[in-house]
Design a protein around this ligand. Structure first.
Ligand code: PGA
Length: 236
């Protein structure tokens, strides 16, 4: 199986960024399965341009299915119709700034599945939880409470203290958490690592056992950097 390299653009994507997406597309085919999660304003446009060469997805989804009076929310069906094939749920920025808990994340993942979207569920400990020696307990609780019983496409291990900070866990720390996640999920769910992945550390991270890909934030915004990470994927 090819590794899965996903770029989470977060709230970036003003006009010059579309040229980066075009540069990325121009480099297809890739040695990995590649996905981009742009802001919603660009999703339909990117999906149409990608024409299947890159998976285009959303960074969040409503837990409410169908058409409903939910100002500002976007349902999984609307995302699918706009061309999304996947959706990130439970990113730590949504857990922190929008007070999302595991029950809501699970409901969002189920809504995504029902509309045929591939859910990518994020888990990860805070720095304080790591200092308290609670890493595996936190991950186990999040997996137990946030994952639907079946149909999850990928789980991304994203230590909160490593996101956007330049700090990363050691290879041993990543391998340790991924082995524990594998024991929980079984072989069919892709396990991604996320948090300050960049060209300089991608080869080492993507070579670790039970790491099936990466969720990349800042370094996915420049095609050249993102392509270097994609190029570091372990051959299928
Ligand atoms: P980062 O973000 O690569 O900029 O640390 C990763 C993420 O939040 O998914």
């Amino acid at each position: 199986m090819k590794q899965f390299i996903a770029g989470n653009w977060k709230m970036h994507g003003l006009a010059p960024a579309t040229a980066e997406f075009d540069a990325l597309l121009a480099a297809a085919p890739f040695p990995a399965d590649v996905a981009v999660f742009p802001p919603l304003t660009l999703l339909g446009h990117f999906a149409a341009h990608a024409a299947g060469r890159i998976v285009v997805g959303a960074q969040d989804v409503s837990a409410v299915a169908g058409e409903a009076a939910r100002t500002g929310e976007v349902s999984a069906q609307l995302l699918a119709e706009a061309g999304a094939r996947a959706v990130i749920v439970g990113h730590s920025e949504r857990r922190e700034h929008h007070r999302e808990d595991d029950a809501l994340i699970r409901a969002k993942a189920l809504a995504a599945q029902q509309a045929g979207l591939l859910p990518i569920i994020c888990v990860g400990e805070t720095g304080a939880e790591r200092d308290a020696g609670a890493v595996l307990a936190v991950i186990a609780r999040q997996l137990a409470d946030a994952l639907p019983a079946s149909g999850v496409y990928a789980v991304a291990y994203e230590p909160v203290w490593a996101i956007g900070t330049g700090a990363t866990p050691t290879s041993d720390q990543i391998a340790h958490v991924h082995a524990a996640m594998r024991a929980h999920t079984g072989p069919s769910i892709r396990l991604l690592y996320g948090g300050s992945v960049k060209p300089a550390n991608a080869t080492a991270i993507l070579a670790l056992p039970n790491v099936d890909g990466a969720l990349v934030g800042g370094a996915s915004l420049r095609a050249q950097e993102f392509l270097a990470i994609i190029g570091a994927a372990r051959p299928a």
